[in-house]
Design a protein around this ligand. Structure first.
Ligand SMILES: Nc1ncnc2c1ncn2[C@@H]1O[C@H](COP(=O)(O)OP(=O)(O)OP(=O)(O)O)[C@@H](O)[C@H]1O
Length: 318
């Protein structure tokens, strides 16, 4: 195991997870990452990439066939008694008795914890106070998700494991969930979450890993992940100008050269400042206006699509 056992809240080291026996399907194929204390680490990936399978290993619900997991320094499956009181878990299926009310569900769950938050406080955190007397079966999908979240934070966990916590939430509820997660982070809670919302990862994550086909294909801070991908400059080609009349632009390539004068043109560049400088001085010299000019770095979504398309992903240590 690495020497950072004291600083990392979660350590995942070269884990493998196979379903269906020794010759079955290997869903997780040598994944490694660390979640430092107090940070939010996001696991992104295509459908079936192995995010939930990895999350279940961290939750201690199953053992990896190879590799190691440590949560707060313990094996979460073997040392369950040491780990579980300090970890809040929200997986994809809540599975609560449908005939209990929201308040009864929280009370039942609180009964299994040593130092639970007051039920009202937990429901307030997820904006469900006014649904306390409603039966679980009558909740909407988004309200059930919020109940899952209330239960995950009920025991004042030091580490929170959230598997797609905001799937099915409307935009306002999603933002409320982000606010809650940020306040937990401010209190020093460590969060590992999976999400399909790249904007969510960009908003919340200190660091992230992108999984594809059971391995980590990119890892780092959101800025590090997008840094390796080209920026984009768009503008409307001035009247009378075709793409071949543009000057040579350092580090750049047009997305398409079949653009007529007056039409929108997109240029990809690995050297945004140099390309833009050259383009603007050319426009100045020729006294033409680049209407609708926009320049922006790659988004996490562009980086995600690029690495998810990668045919031969390499494992990366986060
Ligand atoms: N119990 C199981 N038995 C057999 N195969 C399984 C089992 N659970 C998951 N898998 C397979 O393992 C692979 C990884 O699944 P997993 O749920 O970990 O992916 P994921 O990244 O969370 O996907 P999604 O984004 O769609 O939720 C998938 O191909 C899935 O079909």
């Amino acid at each position: 195991m690495s020497t950072s056992a004291t600083s990392a809240a979660v350590e995942v080291n070269a884990v493998h997870r196979r379903y269906g026996g020794p010759h079955g399907f290997e869903a997780v194929r040598g994944v490694s990452f660390e979640v430092r204390r107090g940070e939010l680490f996001a696991l992104l990936g295509t459908n079936g990439a192995g995010k939930t399978s990895t999350m279940e290993l961290v939750a201690g619900f199953s053992r990896p066939q190879a590799g190691e997991v440590r949560v707060l320094g313990h094996d979460p499956e073997r040392d369950r008694a040491a780990v579980r009181p300090r970890v809040g878990i929200m997986l994809q299926e809540g599975g609560f008795p449908p005939d209990l009310t929201v308040a009864e569900t929280v009370a039942m769950w609180a009964g299994t914890l040593t130092d639970p938050r007051p039920a009202g406080e937990a429901l307030e955190l997820v904006d469900l106070s006014d649904r306390a007397s409603v039966r679980v079966r009558q909740l909407s999908g988004g309200e059930r998700r919020r109940l899952d979240l209330a239960l995950a934070v009920l025991g004042r966990p030091a580490v929170l494991l959230l598997d797609e916590p905001t799937t099915g939430l409307d935009p306002e509820s999603r933002r409320n969930a982000w606010t809650m997660v940020r306040s937990l982070l401010a209190d020093g809670v460590t969060v590992l979450l999976t999400t399909h919302y790249l904007h969510e990862a960009q908003e919340l994550a200190d660091r992230l890993a992108i999984m594809h086909g059971g391995v980590v294909v990119a890892a780092g801070s959101p800025a590090e992940i997008v840094a390796g991908h080209p920026a984009r400059i768009t503008f409307r080609l001035p009247g009378g100008v075709t793409p071949e009349l543009l000057p040579p632009l350092p580090g750049a390539r047009p997305e398409s050269t079949a653009v007529a004068a007056g039409q929108p043109m997109t240029i990809r560049t690995d050297a945004l400042q140099a390309t833009l400088t050259e383009l603007l001085s050319w426009a100045h010299r020729h006294e033409v206006e680049l209407a609708g000019l926009e320049a922006r770095p790659a988004s996490l979504e562009e980086a995600f699509l690029a690495v998810a398309d990668h045919d031969n992903p390499m494992e990366v240590r986060a």
